[in-house]
Design a protein around this ligand. Sequence first.
Ligand code: HEC
Length: 145
Amino acid sequence: MRNKIAFSAVMMLAAMGMARAQSLDPIAMRQVGMDLETGSFGFIRSVVAAKGDVRPLEGPAKAIARWQAMIPSLFPVGSDKGGDTRALPEIWSDRAGFDKLAMAASAAATRLAAAAKAGDADAVAVEMKALGEQCGACHRGYRAK
Ligand code: HEC
């Protein structure tokens, strides 16, 4: 019995070691996240353009808010190379400016989610514009063409 427990513990540690060995690649993670975010944002834009019911936009807006809040952690020091990245060195030389834009985007998406939940189409349109401006501002300053 004791051996069995010891064996399971060893197997568990081995599995944990494997999980660590296959640790997340921050470059691939942030790029796939940005692609998914584009899909969510595109959905928001199409519903607003079609003057549809904004209530279903709460979920995708919340996802964008949470994603943007994670952005700073997905650009660790050293992840400026090692993959096919378009991240500019300014991310690390002007860290505060970069993080501030991520948080501003997150805040705009949080307001968008609240407006969607309330069914307030006008407020959703306003926050969608604010969020789009944050995407553009960050890409202009911190992403290679
Ligand atoms: C705080 C900065 C910041 C904000 C805000 C931001 N992005 Fe990005 N985005 C980046 C950076 C930096 C890259 C390049 C990442 C890389 O290649 O490693 C990028 C890459 C992308 C890519 C390309 C991903 C790929 O497959 O290579 C898309 C698409 C994208 N962003 C969409 C968006 C959208 C849509 C928004 C707003 C809803 C947004 N981003 C907001 C910084 C930002």
